[in-house]
Design a binder for this molecule. Structure first.
Ligand code: SAM
Length: 221
């Protein structure tokens, strides 16, 4: 089966199950117009994140890696009226585009967007006792996955859900040669989740409009 078929099936999923969504369409158009890379989650994956927020009954969500806020908007839509997302982004231009996307989507009041290296922002959240978060989505610079997972453990509680994106990487996750820092980041996520006794996790391989990749999902015991 080709990637063309994966994309066509993603389109089928969206047209069969989702209502027309001019706000999310405008988000992706703004990201494109502002020169952001098209590395956001797909619509089907965004809806999965939104459903996970609802299934968990999450009120506090932490996201590492905002880009233009496409995944943030999906998750914000899954929150109750008093729910909040803290989302962390390094690039000020990405953050500026995200803020404007949040305004258009009417979710700005739910979102605390912090600009800077995520490890610094996470340390600040730790100092502020901002946790525990009910759901944590890790989707930034992959070599830092183990550091982000370590912070996720500090900022979570029993019952929190941790999702880590891009852990399959076209199957390159099997490569043990250590040459690709992004693959190493994916492998480090598996090592972390597999070895921390407080975590019970799995990974789901995905194909679709964004190619062949996958999510790791773990529950904090
Ligand atoms: N979650 C977004 C979505 O699906 O719409 C996509 C996030 S994109 C894959 C990764 C983002 O992480 C980029 O915007 C990048 O600038 C940001 N990033 C990279 N390194 C970072 C760091 N050290 N701290 C915070 N953000 C970082």
């Amino acid at each position: 089966m080709s990637s063309k078929t994966w994309t066509a099936v993603d389109d089928y999923i969206v047209s069969s199950l989702f209502e027309a969504d001019p706000v999310l369409d405008a988000t992706l158009a703004a990201n494109r117009d502002q020169g952001l890379p098209a590395i956001d989650v797909s619509a089907a994956q965004g809806k999965l994140l939104s459903l996970l927020v609802r299934i968990r009954g999450a009120k506090k969500v932490l996201e590492v890696g905002t880009l233009g806020g496409y995944s943030t908007i999906w998750m914000a839509r899954g929150l109750p009226a008093d729910g909040k997302i803290v989302t962390l982004e390094l690039d000020p231009h990405h953050a500026k585009v995200a803020r404007s996307n949040f305004e258009r989507a009417g979710v700005s009041d739910k979102i605390d967007l912090r600009v800077g290296p995520a490890l610094q922002s996470l340390a600040a959240l730790g100092n502020e006792n901002a946790g525990p978060f009910d759901l944590i989505f890790i989707d930034a610079d992959k070599p830092n996955n183990p550091n982000y997972l370590a912070w996720a453990m500090k900022l979570s509680r029993s019952g929190s859900v941790i999702v880590c994106d891009n852990v399959i990487r076209d199957g390159a996750v099997l490569k043990e040669d250590g040459r690709d820092a992004y693959v190493e980041g994916a492998r480090a996520a598996f090592s972390f989740i597999g070895s921390d006794k407080r975590l019970d996790g799995t990974a789901i391989q995905t194909v679709g409009a964004k190619g062949y990749d996958g999510f790791a999902i773990a529950l904090v015991e």
